[in-house]
Design a protein around this ligand. Structure first.
Ligand SMILES: *Cc1c(COP(=O)(O)O)cnc(C)c1O
Length: 364
């Protein structure tokens, strides 16, 4: 039997919710699949594969060096371990040894979030100890400075919609503090779209997630200073082994970064164009009013927003959309106000038609 949803008794899923880890994040392109296939069907000198794909990506991204890792989380843990061990092989073999005490990682308190896993868990996996700076609602450069001791190994900055946004220092400000005290600055930009600006802002290491904005296979990317990247590679002899990435995904992800840098993500105009017939169809459905809305955080993302009227509540409709195969997942944040949003970045025309058919049946 070939692969199918039925083989494992699974529901087909239409993902109109955005880049969600619980649904597998994103779909990869034919180009990326071809690179994964080449990886799956051939052997490589693995250490060369790691170094050379890193060098290729570094050139593309205009940085000293880069390392493909298994996830952004692995990138955090291995960056922390690298900056604590500073290239020591003894440390790679004994990552949690008492003989090394310089383990403090300063993190703005409002950045100590849970993105599905608490940031702190990944720091501790890398052998670091989180030292929070500032308060839940504010962190200034001075707040970071006052937490620096001779046990500080690095400053960590989380650039994400998950964090507190107001009254937080900028990446540039964090970089200025790091520079003043001769400390490395690590930026976790896992879900961010810009692969250049945090390095340009002065970060020493920047971490991205493979399947989020970049739409690659399961992977992560760390870019930055050559010495630090070499220290990260050394973790492959230690904690990195439990976070190993396969040759198929190293090649697939490298292709995904190349395509992403060349083509970017889908433009707002393209989304609006694809949304127009979908909105028209949705407006034909009884008790539904549909319109296009822009992303709340002002990103160039446009979505279909429907207001559910009549006897069924938005929450009931959301539940029924998920109940059958294909299970249709939407953005549920405004369900309390009777609103359901459809993010179409990973939804094609055929799937939009299935959504319309299913909603028509639900609203009958
Ligand atoms: C998603 C995310 C991560 C983890 O990425 P993975 O590649 O799934 O490990 C880390 N940090 C932030 C801010 C994230 O949004």
């Amino acid at each position: 039997m070939t692969i199918s949803y039925e083989k494992f008794n699974l529901k087909e899923v239409i993902n109109a919710s955005g880049r969600m880890t619980i649904l597998g994040v994103s779909k990869v392109s034919e180009n990326v699949l071809a690179a994964q296939k080449f990886g799956g069907e051939h052997f490589f000198e693995m250490s060369e594969l790691s170094i050379q794909t890193g060098a290729y990506l570094a050139k593309l991204l205009n940085v000293e060096d880069a390392q493909v890792v298994s996830s952004a989380s692995a990138g955090i843990a291995q960056s922390v371990a690298a900056l604590i061990g500073e290239g020591s092989v003894y440390h790679a073999y004994h990552p949690y040894t008492d003989k090394i005490t310089k383990r403090e990682i300063i993190l703005p308190k409002g950045h100590n979030v849970d993105y599905g896993t608490p940031v702190e868990v990944m720091v501790e996996q890398g052998g670091g100890q989180v030292v929070e700076a500032g308060y839940a609602n504010m962190c200034s450069p001075e707040h970071i400075e006052m937490m620096i001791t001779n046990q500080t190994a690095a400053i960590l900055y989380i650039k994400s919609h998950h964090t507190v946004q107001k009254s937080m220092l900028s990446v540039e400000e964090a970089a200025a503090v790091a520079k003043k005290y001769n400390l490395p600055l690590v930026v976790d930009a896992a879900a961010e779209e810009d692969l250049f600006k945090y390095i340009e802002a002065g970060a020493d290491l920047v971490i991205y997630s493979g399947a989020k904005a970049i739409e690659g296979p399961s992977a992560g990317l760390v870019i930055g200073k050559k010495t630090y990247i070499e220290w990260i590679r050394l973790q492959g002899k230690g904690i990195g082994r439990a976070m190993k990435i396969g040759k198929d995904n190293i090649l697939g992800f490298t292709q995904a970064v190349e395509d992403y840098v060349k083509n970017g993500s889908e433009s707002g105009d393209s989304m609006n164009e694809r949304l127009a017939p979908f909105i028209a169809d949705l407006n034909q459905i009884k008790n539904i009013e549909a319109k296009v809305v822009q992303d709340g955080a002002g990103r160039e993302i446009y979505r279909a927003s429907i207001k559910v009227n009549g006897l069924k509540s938005a929450k009931e409709v959301i539940k029924e959309l998920k109940a059958e195969s294909p299970a249709i997942y939407t953005r549920e944040y405004q369900a309390n106000n009777g609103i359901i949003e459809f993010d179409i970045r990973s939804v094609n025309e055929a799937e939009m038609n299935k959504i319309v058919a299913r909603l028509t049946a639900i609203m009958k």
